[in-house]
Structures are given as structure tokens and as C-alpha cells.
Write a protein that binds this ligand. Structure first.
Ligand SMILES: CC(C)(COP(=O)(O)OP(=O)(O)OC[C@H]1O[C@@H](n2cnc3c(N)ncnc32)[C@H](O)[C@@H]1OP(=O)(O)O)[C@@H](O)C(=O)NCCC(=O)NCCS
Length: 231
């Protein structure tokens, strides 16, 4: 089996690791994490160092991996850094075997599609996206690079989700909606109108609460709490 590394060693990484093991196509050589101690472990895998160590790992012929970081902006920054360090590093796509995907669908590099997701006809899934457990993704809908759908999100048909947008736990988006880039839709929302770029939105029906800045945090507690682990 071809060897890969998993970049990120927190809770989201656990789910991705189990999915990779289940698929059985790649062997996990080890993990990379910017904050965890080198030599530590997650499951049976060693933490080999930070992203800077990817250079040495690539020199051993291991030039493929997956970024297991849940926060969209941090995942993007990590991608940019890896491309600086090892320009020809490749990113795999991880798709859980339980997923139901129309044959008329495209899925980008570095994207993760977790258990029990359904993707309907003519959907387009960009690069480095996350479709978390139990997502329903409607026909003719598009999600662009570095965006994410949290567990239990339902996206109707003909929806467009622009880059680096996060749709949180259990949200429903009705058909024919466009959601802008770098927007955060709060958990449990019902989106019935188009949403612009850089907005924090939540509620039933969802309302714009305020503007957000690029990279604002939305996982592990409050939006502005940048000290907690965002993986
Ligand atoms: C969008 C989100 C980050 C908002 O966080 P926040 O702005 O820090 O909000 P706060 O916790 O400070 O709450 C501020 C107010 O908004 C309300 N609020 C926050 N999120 C809400 C939501 N999703 N729906 C309705 N009201 C919400 C709070 O009840 C609070 O109201 P109050 O002032 O009357 O007490 C949060 O709702 C969310 O969805 N997080 C992501 C969850 C998720 O999907 N995790 C992924 C796991 S894989």
C-alpha cells in the first residue's frame, strides 16, 4: 500500500484515520501536528513533527497526505505552507465506504467525505472540502474549495456555496440558494435567502447577525476564542 501522512492530530483526524483504515487503500506512515509533541501518538500512529518535517518525510519518498484540520481557514493556511515546503506534495481524497454518491459528481483533491453522506446527481465538490457525517448534498449543487458542512447538514438542489464557508451542525439550506465566501452559518439554522460573503448568520429562518473577518474562528467555543485547539 502507498504510504501517506495525516496532517493534524486532533479529533477530526481520528475520524479521518478510521476512514482511511476502513478504505484500505493507503498506509498511514505517521502524523504531523503544529502543536503536539513530536514522539507522541494518536491511536497507533506516531507524531513525526510539524509541517516543517514534511521536507524530510518527502525525501524518504512519502509525498502524499491529507490535511485533517477542521477549521477551514487553518486548513487553507496549512495547504499554502505545505506547498511552500514541498511544492509537488499531493493530497488524497478520503471517501467513507458507506457514502452514496451519484456517478455524475466531481470531487476535488484533499476533500474528506465521511460516513453516511449522500451526494446527488451533478453535484460539484471542490478541493479541501469537508462533508461531515450524515450530510445530504442536493442535485446540481456546488461547494467550492476549503468549505465545510458539519454533521447532519442538508443542502437542497441548485445551491452554491462559495469558498471557505462553514455550515454548522444540522443546518438546512433550501433549494436555489447562494451562500458567499468566508461566511459562517451557525448550528441548527434554516437558510431560506441568499447570504453574502463574510457574514455570521444563524436562526430559523437564518438572519445575518454581523460581519466576520477572514479566518475568524467558529469551532471549539466562541468565534473570537483563538487560543483553543481548532483542529
Ligand atoms: C456560529 C457559532 C460559532 C456562534 O458562536 P458565537 O457567535 O460565539 O455565539 P455565542 O455562543 O457567543 O452566543 C451569542 C448569542 O447568540 C446565540 N447563538 C449562538 N449560536 C446560535 C445559533 N447557532 N443559533 C441560534 N442562536 C445562537 C446565543 O444563544 C447567544 O444568545 P444570547 O446573547 O441571547 O445569550 C455557533 O453557533 C456555531 O454554530 N458553532 C459551530 C458548531 C459546529 O458546527 N461545530 C462542528 C462540529 S464538527
Amino acid at each position: 500500500m502507498e504510504k501517506i501522512i495525516v496532517i493534524g492530530a486532533s479529533g477530526h483526524a481520528k475520524v479521518i484515520i478510521e476512514t482511511i483504515e476502513l478504505v484500505g487503500k493507503y498506509q498511514i506512515y505517521g502524523l504531523i501536528d503544529s502543536y503536539k509533541e513530536k514522539g507522541g501518538q494518536l491511536f497507533d500512529y506516531n507524531i513525526l513533527g510539524t509541517e516543517e518535517d514534511i521536507r524530510n518525510i518527502a525525501a524518504k519518498g512519502i509525498t502524499k497526505g491529507i490535511i485533517a484540520i477542521g477549521d477551514n481557514w487553518n486548513r487553507y493556511l496549512m495547504y499554502m505552507r505545505i506547498k511552500e515546503i514541498v511544492p509537488d506534495f499531493d493530497f488524497i481524497t478520503v471517501v467513507h465506504p458507506s457514502v452514496v454518491i451519484s456517478a455524475k459528481t466531481s470531487i476535488g483533491d484533499g476533500t474528506v467525505i465521511l460516513a453516511s453522506v449522500t451526494i446527488n446527481a451533478d453535484a460539484e465538490i471542490g478541493d479541501f472540502c469537508i462533508l461531515n457525517t450524515g450530510v445530504n448534498f442536493g442535485h446540481d449543487s456546488t461547494i467550492k474549495n476549503f468549505s465545510s458542512l458539519a454533521p447532519g447538514v442538508t443542502i437542497g438542489g441548485n445551491v452554491l456555496i462559495e469558498e471557505c464557508t462553514a455550515i454548522s451542525l444540522g443546518t438546512n439550506v433550501i433549494q436555489n440558494i447562494t451562500i458567499g465566501k468566508h461566511t459562517i452559518i451557525g448550528a441548527g439554522s434554516l437558510v431560506v435567502n441568499d447570504i453574502d460573503d463574510f457574514k455570521l448568520v444563524y436562526g430559523v429562518p437564518a438572519k445575518v447577525i454581523r460581519e466576520v473577518t477572514k479566518g475568524e474562528r467558529y469551532l471549539s467555543g466562541g468565534l473570537r476564542d483563538s487560543n483553543k485547539d481548532q483542529n
